[in-house]
Design a protein around this ligand. Structure first.
Ligand code: IP8
Length: 259
């Protein structure tokens, strides 16, 4: 059983203050992961060589990385060949990753960092390649790989941003994950009355609420996310921090997206 869990930038950082970890939220998420590990459930450290449940964690940037990227005009499509700028963006994300990995280790979770800049590349058509030998071996040896949104080299563009969401879908496919969880500060995909939609099995069913593809940033972001998750072979759960325990216990949490 392989689970890919994304902790959104809003869960691990205080987005209102640059480069600030949200201690309370991060501690709560770490405690949920550590509890699941201790009980040998879907999460951390349950795996040992030869099988068992395993967990990959991905985190977003929140108040880390984004402002550095903006300062240098770097996005997922706009690149830079300024090595100093690439290092500055990566270094911010690496420091956040250090904080997440350290807290997980302090809670007894055998977490290890995986930095996309050192392994991933985009081709000239924007396709992402992320070799997963190291991550897969970490899992089979009982470790918990912790990846993060990052800056990655990009053919004909220098280097561009890869988001945590894109890493989640790439990891879920490449590792043949059984479950995917996206934990952010919203409790799920919301309908027009701000109620959580329990299950989505086809984009047409929610297009009116999510606004299709021609939308504002916020709903466009969720529309694109839902589309990508519907294409995965594994069920994906979109939920808030309060539902992390339930997700890690194997229960349905927030909105379940099954393509
Ligand atoms: O917060 C951003 O990752 P995201 C990574 O998942 C950056 O979009 C800005 C380097």
């Amino acid at each position: 059983m392989t689970t890919v869990l994304k902790l959104g930038g809003s869960v691990v950082t205080d987005k209102s203050t640059p480069e600030t970890v949200d201690e309370d939220r991060l501690d709560a998420a770490v405690a949920a992961i550590a509890n699941a590990a201790a009980e040998g459930r879907a999460a951390a450290g349950g795996a040992r060589a030869g099988g068992g449940p395993s967990l990959v964690v991905v985190h977003g940037g929140g108040s880390f990385g984004h402002h550095n990227a903006e300062k240098h005009g770097v996005s997922d499509t706009a690149g830079t060949r300024d090595a100093g700028a690439v290092f500055e963006i990566h270094d911010a994300m690496r420091r956040l990753n250090d904080a997440v990995v350290t807290r997980l280790q302090d809670a007894g979770v055998p977490a290890l960092p995986v930095h996309p800049l050192s392994a991933a590349a985009r081709d000239a058509d924007d396709g992402l390649s992320l070799p997963l030998d190291s991550t897969a071996t970490m899992l089979s040896e009982g470790f918990v790989p912790v990846l993060h949104g990052d800056v990655v080299v990009h053919a004909d563009a220098g280097a561009t941003i890869v988001s945590g969401d894109e890493l989640v879908t790439t990891l879920a496919r490449g590792l043949d994950a059984d479950r995917v969880g996206l934990c952010s500060t919203v409790p799920g995909v919301l309908d027009a009355d701000d109620e959580v939609i329990p299950e989505i099995t086809a984009f047409e069913d929610v297009a009116a609420v999510l606004g299709g593809s021609e939308t504002t940033d916020v709903t466009g972001g969720m529309a694109a996310k839902v589309r990508a998750l519907l294409e995965l072979g594994a069920p994906a759960h979109v939920f808030g921090p309060d539902a992390l325990d339930a997700f890690l216990a194997g229960d349905d949490a927030g909105t379940v997206i099954r393509g």
